[in-house]
Ligand binder design. Structure first.
Ligand code: PHE
Length: 456
């Protein structure tokens, strides 16, 4: 195990996995999905899904990884079910695709940090010009990918774990200070109401339900083997169930708090008229700079800079986990040196990301050419949809595999290492019920629903 690397402590693993989970998905995507999905009803469904559908997938992924000490493809081979390694193949593909566009958005966040500290608040009004300035955003994307590659090249405990141990606590302090600040603004309460008082009629809306599930999978980094990979570096002494509880709470908690920070800011900007909320990717990049501007010179620079730095940090612990998945694959299966694997993989992923980079204004084709029922869309949005759906499908396959192919007893045996009482606990019964019935059935149904709703 030491040749591949491993986490040096339980808290290191939890922070790294929480770092993977907490990212643009929580701070950038979650609030605008909430706005698009109808406010608090979305939040409620999201929370339910995170615990009943996603949590069992997480435990299963970590257990498969730790049992086999392998990457997502090698893991299924090592268990003796080579045909099922298709889960890992799709998973790695999915990770590569996610990182290819995620890195572009992470680059924007970093670019905005630089714009805020020089006081360029007007950037929000010219977001489209910013994203089509290929030299600038291309440069930021390169910087972000290089930073990610550098950290992954340092290995599991020396790179990924160390980064998470520094950035995750910093992130918590930053986000809590921003929440405290945003609560002091006029109309904050209107924002909180919009965020937390559900419109019950939306609870049965297909868009709301589908969006909440997609968001839960993406946000928890599930369905593609990121947690198989991280689990493969976890010691047998550790309790998988309680670690997964912590990771889930961490992720859900940060997303929830990000909303508490965001909606008072938005309400302040809209003078409390929450019916004018605009969702979409622009919520952060278009609306917030204007909010920071109204705070006035130095304060705006500090709060705005702080915010986008926070966003960049959150993104970095996620890009690192996304890169680690294909890297672990070539390191395990082709015995390639980590550094070489990192260079090759990050270069490939960067190239695959070029259409996403130019598809936000620079290239007319990649910005508009893709047709979905909701209208034409850009390349990045399309890839985002496809990968979201793949994650849900991956989650469905992973629990089905564990329950009916690998078998529940083997899963239980792996979990009980580091959790001796597991076999006699109610947790085991609940988990078995979820992975055998609840998750496969609901995930299959919801998967069909989301695909029909989004693509047909
Ligand atoms: N969970 C990350 C986020 O919310 C994104 C991610 C998805 C990371 C899948 C790894 C795997 O930003």
């Amino acid at each position: 195990m030491s040749a591949r690397g491993n986490f040096s402590s339980r808290i290191g693993f939890i922070l790294a996995a929480a770092g993977s989970a907490v990212g643009l998905g929580n701070i950038w995507k979650f609030p605008f999905e909430v706005a698009d999905g109808g406010g608090a009803a979305f939040v409620l469904i999201y929370l339910i899904f995170a615990f009943i559908l996603c949590f069992p997938v997480m435990v299963t992924e970590v257990a498969i990884g730790r049992k086999t000490e392998k990457n997502p493809i090698g893991a299924f081979n090592a268990l003796g079910f080579r045909r099922w390694n298709i889960i890992g193949k799709f998973g790695i593909l999915c990770g590569v695709l996610i990182l290819s566009f995620y890195n572009v958005v992470a680059g924007w966040a970093f670019g905005y940090f630089l714009e805020m500290i020089v006081g360029n608040f007007g950037i929000g009004d010219t977001f489209g010009t910013f994203t089509s300035d290929i030299v600038k955003v291309g440069g930021y994307a390169v910087v972000f990918m290089l930073t990610t590659a550098y950290i992954v090249s340092k290995g599991v405990s020396g790179g990924i774990e160390k980064l998470a141990k520094i950035l995750m606590p910093t992130l918590i302090i930053m986000i809590l200070s921003l929440v405290a600040y945003s609560f002091t603004l006029p109309n904050a309460i209107e924002g909180v109401k919009y965020y937390l008082v559900p419109d019950l009629s939306k609870l049965t809306n297909v868009n709301t339900i589908g969006g909440a599930l997609r968001q839960a999978f993406f946000s928890l980094s599930l369905g593609m083997g990121a947690l198989i990979t991280y689990g493969s570096y976890l010691s047998k002494k550790e309790n998988i169930v309680s670690s997964s509880v912590m990771i889930t709470l961490f992720d859900v908690g940060i997303a929830f708090i990000a909303g508490l920070m965001m909606f008072p800011l938005v309400a302040y900007n809209l003078g409390g008229e929450m019916s004018n909320v605009q969702g979409g990717a622009g919520l952060i990049f278009v609306t917030l700079p204007g909010v920071f501007e109204t705070l006035g010179g130095t304060l705006g620079v500090i709060v705005g800079g702080f915010f986008f730095l926070l966003l960049s940090f959150a993104a970095l612990t996620s890009t690192v986990s996304l890169l680690e998945v294909p890297v672990s694959f070539v390191v395990d299966e082709y015995k390639m040196k980590r550094t070489k694997a990192v260079i090759i993989m990050s270069a490939i992923i960067f190239i695959i990301g070029l259409p996403s980079l130019v598809g936000n204004g620079y290239s007319e084709f990649f910005t508009n050419a893709f047709k979905l029922p909701g209208g034409s869309t850009d390349f990045m949005t399309l890839v985002g949809y496809i990968t979201d759906v793949l994650l849900m499908f991956g989650g469905f396959l992973i629990v089905t595999f564990a329950a009916y192919v690998w078998k529940k007893e083997n899963l239980a045996e792996e979990i009980s290492q580091g959790y001796p009482g597991f076999n006699d606990s109610i947790i085991k019964k609940l988990l078995n019920f979820c992975i055998s019935y609840l998750c496969p059935v609901l995930l299959a149904l919801l998967f069909v629903m989301v695909v029909l709703n989004n693509f047909f």
